[in-house]
Design a protein around this ligand. Structure first.
Ligand code: JCF
Length: 674
């Protein structure tokens, strides 16, 4: 083996390790993904030829190894304890008072960190190299998952020795997590493949770490934050915060929201701050961990059997609660789809009273065997509609009644059809003039992203439809102030304001107009894309399915729904009547030019960060002139991300989605070429 090759391999290993660290731990990459991939491929090639160079700490080892038959047991050198829980400020005060008493001093400083809702692991490093990873298990014995841990990009395979030399032995403890956005994507993919879904990010992380085939783990978006140590030979830590700094120096990711130097009052404030921060964090947390910062004092306080006396988990109030399903009703949506909704015995779920939960569809009710009268577990995640996760069959008393989908529409009494929609069956009221559908369609028609008529809220729409004053979209523009003022709860002034708002809404962009029609599968984005491709409503109405499918970003489902909508004679009449009311549709988006020679032609582009040469709006105009669709959010469909200075989360997202990334120089060169 020649010396140059050895040197090249070692250099590549060192550089790739550094770049991976910059990307996954510091979140501050300095080379493009393409460059990284090129270097990695070169290293793989060399290691394949000279397997001796393929050491366990090589960055090529992130892809997983041969599958195992079973996990070996891992006995922890020092048991991995759990934490006592606190649920309110008094619990924390008691914790503090106990410490003050045992310590014999009243000034105690704490460190507080987000309590990650993930899977606890321990990583063992010998002379700086990762040699074993283990799950916490029962705290005494876990399972050896070394190969799986190696695939976690932010787990160092080798300690960085920039500041300190690696000790002979170091055990580092942390929490393996999956970010919320990665979890959604993972489940979406599983749904598309017909695989079972993970209930939450923690289960997904646990399931991913428990794979016997580490190649599967390698494809899961696992991440880690470390929070402590087990055995650490030859390292002297003074404080918890000092220890974290040292671990950071060795190349471990440490959570950025950790706060130090806190008094009791500071701890309570930090908890409130963290509650506010919670929703915006990229990963799930279920509370705040409070620790005595001084390790000398920690030692003095010591441990109980299962938990240390120097730490406490201050849990957030649960966002799940048990309650009773009083009734199951059926709601009729805009397109006639029936959605069963559970009416619940009102219950406080993490600070919000919940009295209804969506049940999705009939199949879901059958799958979960949900019956009227059942005790159910309700969860509320973020600001989404509460969901029923499961029911408790053991708590039935025999009076529970199974739910059956009505055979008639609960509102218009028309026949219900069972239709296949995407992957599951939907029950649909096929009467296009059903009042319930009409109400939902009008609601959508006047909503913020459509005609945006302020003052036409849910209750008024209900009233107007019930009174027969609105039977179609066109009727919205025929409302008269005098008639409106006669409605219950409608003052003369607000009737006047409403007719003014209606008049003002008559000028509308083509994109919004299309969206307002509420065509299935045609949302805000489809409206925009159609208005870019076609210059007028008439052109869109005349387009063939093939024309529509030819638009970049419009899928076959949307194309056929749009075509079907405009081919329908009743819809054509509806549109004619609507145009007769004097609405004015403007196409403010120029028709996409025919510039197939441009690299941006018919590409989806996202701009992020600051450009030095021009404003972002100018860049957008140039791109659109070259035939690009400029969108604001990154998805797997994005073709290019143009990243200016200080690009943030969109850049990360693009990298994760494998989107081609361009810097400003490359963008300028290519746009000039067009
Ligand atoms: O984030 C966590 N789930 C977490 C768990 C953080 C900590 O600092 C912990 C822990 C469990 C035990 N510390 C200990 C001692």
């Amino acid at each position: 083996m020649d010396k140059d090759i050895i040197k090249e391999a070692l250099d590549l290993q060192r550089e790739l390790t550094e770049h991976s660290y910059r990307y996954h731990v510091l979140d501050d990459p300095v080379i493009s993904d393409a460059e990284y991939d090129r270097m990695l491929r070169r290293l793989l090639e060399i290691e394949e030829r000279f397997p001796k160079l393929s050491t366990p700490d090589s960055p090529t080892k992130r892809v997983g190894g041969p599958p195992l038959d079973a996990f070996e047991k891992a006995v922890h050198s020092i048991p991995m304890l759990s934490l006592d829980n606190a649920f309110n400020d008094e619990d924390v005060l008691e914790f503090h008072q106990r410490i003050v008493k045992l310590a014999g001093r009243d000034q105690v400083l704490y460190i507080a960190e987000p309590k990650l809702d993930g899977v606890a692991v321990e990583l063992r490093y010998e002379n700086g190299t990762l040699v074993r990873a283990a799950t916490r298990g029962d705290g005494v014995t876990g399972e050896v998952i070394t190969e799986n841990a190696r695939t976690i990009r932010s787990v160092p395979l080798k300690l960085k020795e920039d500041r300190l030399k690696a000790p002979a032995l170091l055990e580092v403890r942390g929490e393996v997590i999956i970010r919320k956005s990665d979890f959604e994507k993972l489940n979406q993919t599983r749904l598309e493949k017909g695989e079972s879904l993970f209930a939450n990010p923690r289960n997904a992380a646990a399931g991913s770490l428990r794979q016997l085939d580490s190649k599967i783990t390698a494809r899961r978006p696992l991440d880690i934050f470390v929070y402590g140590t087990g055995l650490a030979q030859g390292l002297e830590f003074q404080s918890q915060s000092g220890m974290l700094e040292i671990l950071q120096g060795f190349g471990f990711p440490v959570n950025p929201h950790i706060r130090t130097g806190l008094t009791l009052a500071g701890v309570l404030q930090a908890y409130k701050d963290l509650e506010t921060l919670r929703e915006s964090l990229a990963y799930e947390i279920d509370g705040m961990v409070i620790k005595v910062d001084d390790l000398g004092l920690q030692q003095l306080l010591g441990e109980k059997i299962k938990s240390p006396r120097w730490a406490l988990a201050y849990k957030f109030s649960a966002r799940e609660e048990t309650t009773t399903i009083k009734e199951i009703i059926v709601q009729v949506g805009r397109t006639g789809v029936l959605t069963p909704v559970a009416l619940l015995e009102p219950v406080n779920v993490g600070g919000v009273m919940v009295s209804r939960a969506t049940l999705h569809n009939e199949d879901e009710i059958r799958r979960k065997d949900i019956r009227i009268g059942d005790k159910a577990l309700v969860v509320r995640a973020g600001d989404v509609i509460p969901k029923i996760v499961r029911i408790f069959p053991d708590r039935r008393n025999g009076t529970e009644k199974p739910f059956a989908m009505p055979e008639q529409c609960p509102v218009c009494l028309s026949k219900i059809e069972r239709l296949k929609l995407d992957r599951s069956y939907m029950n649909k009221c096929v009467n296009a003039s059903c009042q319930a559908q009409l109400k939902e369609r009008i609601r959508h028609f006047v909503s913020k992203k459509a005609f945006d008529i302020e003052g036409l809220g849910r209750k008024i729409v209900d009233q107007l439809v019930d009174e027969g004053m609105i039977r179609s979209f066109a009727d919205v523009f025929k409302l008269e102030a005098e008639k409106l003022a006669e409605l219950e709860r409608m003052a003369e002034k607000s009737a006047g304001n409403l007719t003014q708002a209606i008049e003002a809404s008559k000028k509308i962009s083509l994109a919004r107009f299309i969206y307002s029609l509420g065509i299935q599968h045609a949302g805000e984005n489809a409206g925009k894309l159609l208005s870019q491709r076609f210059s007028s409503l008439e052109e869109i109405m005349a387009a063939s399915v093939a024309d529509l499918e030819g638009i970049h970003g419009i899928g076959p489902e949307t194309a056929s729904a749009v075509h079907g909508f405009f081919a329908n004679a009743e819809n054509q009449t509806m549109i004619r009547q609507l145009l007769e009311t004097g609405i004015e549709i403007q196409n403010d988006r120029p028709r996409a030019p025919e510039t197939p020679e441009s690299p941006f032609f018919q590409k989806r582009v996202v701009l992020t960060g600051t450009l030095a040469a021009m404003a972002r709006s100018e860049a957008q105009a140039l791109l659109e002139a070259a035939g690009a669709a400029v969108t604001s959010s990154v998805s797997a469909k994005t073709d290019f991300l143009i990243a200016g200075a200080d690009a943030g989360s969109k850049l990360d997202k693009a990298k994760k989605a494998g989107v081609r990334i361009m810097d400003e120089a490359e963008f300028l060169a290519l746009i000039r070429q067009a």
